[in-house]
Structure formats: structure tokens, C-alpha cells
Design a protein around this ligand. Structure first.
Ligand code: ADP
Ligand code: MG
Length: 614
């Protein structure tokens, strides 16, 4: 038999390697923007067509490349940024592996124009499938412009894998936001489909954060700045009242590179503890600087994770710095430490606040106003307010679906009567652990989970409402304005058409603002912004499920968001309502997500456990 092992042709090997670096348009945007920053540019312009699927172009006024360098830049492991292995440990941005341009050239049609200030002419290079198809001198301004067209044109499987334009655009916005936030002294612009979306004049870090996250942060940012021999932290945190239920306004940079660290997020969130509701996320844009040798660079640079040599110190430091920032602005109880004295003192930081300090702080009017403000939003488990609301929502929805039925008598449909248990539906229900509903079904005892049951009910109701196409919105007396982060705002824009049949009349107002003109009858206007944030958060939860249509995800998210949660006490009528309503649903055994809504314990089983026969 002939030998079977063959070497992959270069262009295929390149395509495979490219998959690691360039996963979607957003990854290319990140690499190109970072290269422009590295090239010392002061003006960086990003041009996008068709969410990057057609065109991603970055133009900078940086140092440019010589003719030879321009050609070399597209070779794998070609980089001007590392000359020895030691450099790897000194490099601050961790982004240098000389792979980005090679990867881009493997999966797109690339046109590079570049000129160094000292050269009289520039260089034009066109590459396709990793092969140079054109190279010639060209008149060009100083700097570099790289256009990549038809991303994944030669890798259909990957191209098909790309998500909707709105979703890919969101990734692009995320990357643009991160790079431009880390470089406030540079000019950035973003133009998508001919429309200028961002025009960021150079300024201070605070100005840049406000440009990116919105004017609502104007008076709501608190400075954080601490420095030790070992590490520094600088940046801003949002005052507690800016905390939102959705994530998005959390930015952590290490050596000026955006990273995701659930561990440090926890450090920051817990510093806010008791100042914000438990399910909210504080806004922050924090920059850590430390010796690159303290960072494990083996973690892949395109993944945004990071490993620190000494995680615990960094955790304590970040948390202390945030607490200190809050304390300095009289937002949180003042702590008895002086951070500037050095990291050694961190022990003192983690000590709990004394009772005395707590008392002093909680009597301060500022603290009072926080807690009072949020107390209004807290859902009192014994309060039935919400429940009454959802009942009236059903009634409205039902009247629309069955105009003849009256709101007070809930019709038990045929399906129910013919359902698997021929036994008449039970009439007494018992709530246990404020979570389960027990009912006697004749041959078995059925244990419902109140939240899953309700989620399922709502899901089917919402689906009907959605299908009917008749909006159930109630006009708001006073339209409410919402301000969202660019990413959330893109997401909401994407959802607007589907939200309308579900009762939300929301209009985009530009600049990441929205006007809410109407809401479903069961939703009070008063907390609409928290409501929308929560909805977006729930929606993101379903985001990875590519196979689900968007409206399905939305309906699931809404159902989950509005469901009665475990822990809420229910009245006898409510218990009955929950069970009967659930059993009328088309598929009532599981939530749309597949959680069982109830479990059965057979009568026989119960008897036999007592050693009885029946
Ligand atoms: P890396 O950034 O890791 O070095 P890249 O593949 O991103 O690898 O880029 C390869 C090389 O091309 C860089 O090291 C740099 O010398 C050059 N280069 C890339 N983009 C630019 C740019 N916008 N301006 C000047 N030089 C650039
Ligand atoms: Mg690079």
C-alpha cells in the first residue's frame, strides 16, 4: 500500500490557523485596530459594510511600512514586535504573535496601502487566498490602510456560520469600544454602511468613557486610582445608581488590553455590595498595569482570559481600590486604611467594616437615598402586587383570543377535560417551601414547580399574543427615555419589531437612546428601564442557541423574566389558577427550555413506602 501521509498545502494550513485568530468580523476589527495603535497612529478610522461581511477597512496615520515590510507583514509569524524570546516577556499588550495579517490574508481579499513619512511613494498590495495578486507603487498619504473584503469568501462553512448582521455588528462595536476606550488620546471613528456611528475626539479617559457609554455617565463616574510598586490601577466606576441589570458596561484592561475576568469582576461587584441590588452589575472601566512577567502569556491572546501569578493579591487590590474610590466620594463607608502605603496593608482592607462605621455610614443622607431608592424596586416576597398584574395580563390576552369569555371565569378547555388524567382536576392545592404546589390527582400526587409552571404558562400566552399580531400595548402617559450601551442598544434595535406585538412600543431616538411610548398592560411604566435591561439580559442568555428564531428567544426571555419566582407566597386562587392554566397549555410538561414543570409521585409508591398495600 502506498504511503498515506501528505503535507497540507500552505493555503489550507493558513486557513486552518486563521480560524483561531479570525473567528468573525469582530476579531479582524480588533486585530486591525490594535495594529494601527501599535503603529503610533493618532487618527484611526474604521469603515464597515454589511456588518463586516463585505468590508472592514481600517485607515491610520501611523508610521507605515516599507515596501519589503508590507510584503513580509502577511507571512505567518512575521512581526516587527518581537526579536527574541525575552521580548515575549516584556511585551505589554500580549497581542504580538505575527499572526493577524497572515490569518486575514488567508480568509479574505485584502488590499493594503501603506506609506512611511520618509518615503516618496507608497506600496499597494492585493492578496487573495494568501497569495499576492498585485504589488505596485502607489500615491498614498502617510500611514496604512487595510481593507478586507468578503470575509470567508473561500471558506463557505465559516461564512455560513456567521450570525445575523445585527449580531456581528454588536461584536464589532464591542471591539471598537474596547480599543478606543483603552486609547482615549487617539481619534477614532466608526462608519457603518455609510453612516457615521462614532466620532471620538481625543480627550481624557473620562471623556472617552462618556463618549462611548453615553452622556448619562456625565456626573456619575467616580475616579479610582491607586498605585503600588507591584501594580497600578486607574479608571472609573459608575456610581451605584448607574448599576444595571444587564451586563455590558464593564471594562477591565490589563496593560491596556481588554480582558474578561469573572474573578476580578467578582472583586469589583462585591466592593459595591449593599450599595446596589444583588442582581445588578456596577459599571466600570478600570485599567490595571503590572509587570508583564506577572502575567501568564501562555493563555491564548485572542481569548480574553488572563492568568496572574498571584491572583489573590490582585483580587484584594482591585477590591480595595474600588472600595476606596467609593469611600472617597462618600458613597460607601470610609475604611481605615491608606492604600498608598503599599500592598502589604491589604490585609487591613479585607477586614470587615466596624459596626460603628456602618452605623455612621447608614445614617448619612447619601447612603439613605441609595437604599431608599432601591428599596422601592425590591420585590417583597409577600406582596401580591406583581401577581395581580400578571393575572390581569392574562385576562386581557385571553379576551383578545376568546372575545366571548369573560375575564372572571377561566374557561377549562376541552383539552384539559380529555387530558391524560381522566380524574377531575383537583380543587385544593397546597404550597410548600414557597416553591412547589402539591395537588391530588387521584392516582398520583403531582408536585408543580411554581416558577417553571408560570414560565410555561406565560410562554404559551405570549406566543398566542405574538401570533395574533394585535398589539396589546397601553400608551404610556409620560413617554420614558432609555439610555443603553452601544451594544445593548444594537440588540434592542434588533428586537424592536418583535417587541411591538408583545406590547412594547419603543422607538429608537438615536445616540443609544430610546423612547418607550407604550408597555404591556401588566408592566408598570415606573420600572420600565429595569425591565428592559432585565429582558436584554435574559435574551443574551438564549443568544448562543443559534437554532432558535429570534422571536422564540425573545418570547422565552420574556416568559422567564416575568415568571413568578420561587419564594413568592401564593393565595389559594392563585395556586389553582397556576395549575389549571398550566394544564391547558399545549405542552405543559416542560418549560420551553426543557425543565420539568412538575413531577408525579404515584399513590402506590407512597403506600408501599409505608409498607402498605392498597
Ligand atoms: P503583530 O501585530 O503580532 O506583529 P500582525 O500580523 O498583526 O502581527 O502584523 C504584522 C506586522 O505588520 C506588524 O508587526 C507590523 O510590523 C506590520 N503592521 C501591521 N499593521 C500595521 C499598520 N497599521 N501600520 C504599520 N505596520 C503595520
Ligand atoms: Mg497585530
Amino acid at each position: 500500500m502506498a504511503d498515506q501521509i501528505r503535507l497540507l498545502p500552505d493555503h489550507i494550513a493558513n486557513q486552518i490557523a486563521a480560524g483561531e485568530v479570525i473567528q468573525r468580523p469582530g476579531s479582524a476589527v480588533k486585530e486591525l485596530l490594535e495594529n494601527a495603535v501599535d503603529a503610533g497612529a493618532t487618527r484611526i478610522e474604521l469603515l464597515i459594510e454589511d456588518a463586516g461581511k463585505q468590508l472592514i477597512q481600517v485607515t491610520d496615520n501611523g508610521k507605515g511600512m516599507s515596501e519589503l515590510d508590507a510584503r513580509m507583514a502577511f507571512e505567518r509569524h512575521a512581526t516587527s514586535k518581537i526579536t527574541s524570546i525575552d521580548d515575549l516577556f516584556r511585551i505589554k499588550t500580549m497581542g504580538f504573535r505575527g499572526e493577524a495579517l497572515a490569518s486575514i490574508a488567508a480568509v479574505a481579499q485584502v488590499i493594503l496601502k501603506t506609506k512611511r513619512p520618509e518615503d516618496s511613494a507608497g506600496t499597494l498590495i492585493e492578496i487573495e487566498n494568501s497569495e499576492v495578486v498585485k504589488q505596485e507603487p502607489v500615491a498614498s498619504p502617510d500611514g496604512t490602510s487595510i481593507a478586507m473584503k468578503n470575509l470567508f469568501f473561500n471558506v463557505p462553512a465559516r461564512r455560513n456560520f456567521l450570525k445575523s448582521n445585527a449580531s456581528e455588528m454588536r461584536h464589532i462595536l464591542d471591539e471598537f469600544t474596547r480599543v478606543s476606550m483603552a486609547n482615549p488620546h487617539l481619534f477614532f471613528s466608526l462608519t457603518a454602511n455609510g453612516e457615521r456611528q462614532f466620532h471620538l475626539d481625543p480627550g481624557t479617559m473620562k471623556q472617552r468613557i462618556i463618549q462611548l457609554l453615553g452622556n448619562q455617565y456625565q456626573t456619575k463616574l467616580v475616579n479610582v486610582e491607586e498605585s503600588t510598586d507591584y501594580l497600578q490601577i486607574a479608571g472609573f466606576i459608575g456610581k451605584p445608581e448607574t448599576a444595571k441589570k444587564t451586563r455590558g458596561d464593564q471594562f477591565l484592561f490589563v496593560n491596556n488590553r481588554f480582558i474578561k475576568s469573572p474573578y476580578l469582576h467578582h472583586a469589583i461587584s462585591t466592593a459595591f455590595k449593599e450599595l446596589i441590588p444583588a442582581d445588578s452589575h456596577p459599571a466600570y472601566a478600570l485599567f490595571l498595569t503590572l509587570d508583564p512577567a506577572q502575567i501568564d502569556i501562555n493563555v491564548h491572546p485572542t481569548k480574553q482570559e488572563i492568568k496572574f501569578e498571584d491572583e489573590k493579591i490582585i483580587y484584594a487590590f482591585v477590591q480595595a481600590a474600588v472600595k476606596h474610590g467609593l469611600a472617597q466620594f462618600n458613597i460607601a463607608p470610609s475604611l481605615d486604611f491608606e492604600l498608598h502605603a503599599g500592598i502589604q496593608q491589604l490585609d487591613a482592607v479585607s477586614k470587615p467594616v466596624t459596626e460603628q462605621q456602618k452605623a455612621a455610614a447608614s445614617s448619612s443622607s447619601l447612603y439613605q437615598s441609595f437604599t431608599d431608592k432601591y428599596a422601592a424596586h425590591k420585590i417583597d416576597p409577600s406582596s401580591r402586587g406583581k401577581l395581580t398584574n400578571w393575572q390581569s395580563f392574562f385576562e386581557t390576552a385571553q379576551m383578545q383570543n376568546h372575545p366571548s369569555s369573560t375575564a372572571s371565569s377561566l374557561p377549562l378547555s376541552e383539552t384539559l377535560m380529555n387530558s391524560e388524567s381522566s380524574h377531575a382536576l383537583p380543587t385544593t392545592f397546597l404550597q410548600v417551601f414557597a416553591t412547589f404546589i402539591v395537588a391530588d390527582f387521584g392516582e398520583m400526587l403531582r408536585l408543580f414547580h411554581q416558577q417553571y409552571a408560570h414560565e410555561t404558562i406565560l410562554y404559551h400566552q405570549l406566543k398566542k399574543t405574538f401570533r395574533s399580531g394585535k398589539s396589546i400595548a397601553q400608551q404610556s402617559l409620560f413617554p420614558i427615555t432609555l439610555h443603553l450601551s452601544p451594544a445593548d442598544s444594537t440588540l434592542l434595535t434588533e428586537l424592536l419589531p418583535d417587541l411591538q406585538p408583545l406590547g412594547y412600543l419603543i422607538e429608537s431616538f438615536g445616540n443609544n437612546s430610546f423612547i418607550v411610548r407604550g408597555t404591556p398592560p401588566d408592566i408598570s411604566d415606573e420600572n420600565i428601564s429595569g425591565d428592559i435591561e432585565w429582558l436584554l439580559e435574559q435574551f443574551k442568555h438564549y443568544q448562543p442557541e443559534v437554532s432558535l428564531p429570534r422571536e422564540e428567544k425573545l418570547i422565552r426571555a420574556l416568559a422567564r423574566q416575568r415568571s413568578i419566582k420561587a419564594g413568592q407566597l401564593l393565595s389559594a386562587e392563585e395556586l389553582q389558577f397556576m395549575v389549571t392554566e398550566l394544564m391547558q397549555c399545549e405542552s405543559y410538561r416542560t418549560t420551553p427550555g426543557g425543565q420539568p414543570t412538575f413531577i408525579d409521585i404515584r399513590k402506590e409508591e407512597l403506600f408501599s413506602r409505608f409498607g402498605l398495600r392498597r
